[in-house]
Design a protein around this ligand. Structure first.
Ligand code: ADP
Ligand code: ASP
Ligand code: MG
Length: 405
């Protein structure tokens, strides 16, 4: 007998017919003698609608009330799935985050799971009840509902799988697995049979929203056997693996894009030692995450230009901090929201050269200008004008030989 965790995303529970279909999938696992915990997201579009309401009624909303509202969608689907299971003869009950409880820190809207009390759930699992749990939500030390950030049901599922030592954590979604690029913009993208935790982590954090980044970190740290697969077909999905399990050594595994970045350029900064530290410390103190950075000297070293990227919704705050900082002397501050970050990812890069050259050449051939570059051992990212996103991703996909035959 295995202990398994299943998670169904918004499209998989979009309406009652979908929920009945999910119930049948869960039943199949129960019929094979497995102990099953199931996480559900809100019905597709529901969380967006709830977020919209919060923003409309209170643009500068209290994050605790934001969480109260946006966590509501998962309450409905968890109850409905428990009912659909009972209806086909499968013993089931629903749990909200606070009922488990899923204990998190107090970082409302982006809370981190700290501890899951599994006793109540495991008792029910052992007696043969399917535990249907609302994803995305938890409870903080001061008894307030928290949410784990958009896409957070993935993390709920992986966290429980780690806590109960599940044999498998199956993430069901609306595509057949993890692809070499977002199949919605690259029709020739191929499903990856396997992808390493590290590559998946880069892909998720660089824009492939198929798994929430934190869920991959958690899976990697706790060695959770995660599989991504479709709730609409019976095809095998993508398995997350360790690097030493790789058989076929591809150089590039995936191409991603992210359009939610902004480029900030400080032009003509007075070039004193410690200037970069002043700029980035000021931003860090206000919890602004900086991603790509370039700095180059001008005017024979007397001045410097510092360019970096931040999340689009931090751009205004970053501008304000820099404009108000009296220890930073610069000529001009230019912010560009019209950018996209395109990344090429693959563990094979560790042992192969020429990956960056291919990327730059491919973009140059299409007349796409590169504004900023950043690299790590297994990825290269470039910032380009947002209008070229699709063209860049498709061209790179072809250039690295990833197109399906
Ligand atoms: P769910 O609601 O099931 O959590 P998401 O919308 O969060 O689903 O994630 C699935 C979506 O991720 C897919 O519909 C697909 O468009 C997108 N996606 C982006 N990049 C990739 C990729 N490399 N492989 C698969 N899906 C991707
Ligand atoms: N419903 C939440 C969201 O849309 C959580 C999730 O689906 O994972 O972000
Ligand atoms: Mg998701």
């Amino acid at each position: 007998m295995s202990r398994i965790v299943m998670k169904f995303g918004g499209t998989s529970v979009a309406n009652l017919e979908c929920i009945r279909n999910v119930a049948l999938r869960v039943k199949k696992e129960v019929d094979q003698g497995n102990q099953v915990s199931v996480f559900v997201s809100a019905m597709a579009g529901t969380t967006d609608k709830l977020v919209g309401w919060v923003e409309e009624i209170s643009p500068l909303h209290d994050a605790r009330e934001y969480d109260t509202v946006v966590s509501a969608g998962e309450q409905i689907t968890s109850g409905l799935l428990a009912l659909a299971l009972q209806d086909i003869g499968v013993p089931a009950r629903s749990w909200l985050g606070w009922q488990v409880p899923f204990k998190t820190n107090q970082a409302h809207s982006a809370a981190q799971v700290e501890e899951i009390e599994i006793e109540g759930l495991t008792e029910r699992l052992i007696e043969g009840t399917v535990c249907v749990i609302a994803g995305f939500q938890g409870i903080s030390i001061d008894n307030r509902i928290t949410t784990l950030g958009r896409g957070g049901s993935d993390t709920s599922a992986v966290a429980l799988a780690a806590a109960i030592g599940a044999n498998r954590c199956d993430i069901y979604t609306d595509v057949e697995g993890v692809f070499t690029a977002d199949p919605r913009i690259v029709p020739s993208a191929q499903k990856l049979e396997k992808v390493t935790y590290e590559e998946m982590l880069e892909m998720a954090s660089l824009g492939a929203k198929v798994l929430q980044t934190r869920s991959v970190v958690m899976a990697m740290n706790h060695k959770v056997r995660v599989q991504v697969l479709s709730s609409f077909t019976d095809k095998p999905g993508t398995l997350l693996i360790d690097e030493d399990e790789i058989v076929e050594n591809k150089i590039v595994s995936g191409i991603t894009y992210a359009k939610n970045e902004a480029q900030v350029m400080l032009v003509g900064v007075k070039n004193n030692p410690g200037i970069a530290s002043d700029v980035f410390k000021g931003l860090a103190n206000e919890n602004i995450n900086v991603d790509m950075i370039i700095q180059n000297e001008t005017e024979g070293g007397r001045k410097t230009d510092i360019t970096f990227t931040v999340a689009e919704n931090d751009a205004a705050k970053a501008e304000k901090i820099l404009n108000e900082a009296d220890n930073i002397d610069f000529k001009k501050l230019i912010t560009d929201m019209n950018v996209a970050k395109i990344s090429v990812i693959g563990v094979g890069m560790r042992s192969h050269s020429g990956v960056a050259a291919t990327m730059f050449e491919t973009l140059a051939d299409r007349g796409i200008n590169i504004q900023v570059i950043s690299t790590s051992e297994i990825k290269i990212s470039v910032l380009i004008e947002a209008a070229y996103t699709e063209l860049a991703v498709r061209s790179l996909h072809t250039a690295y030989g990833l197109d399906s035959k």
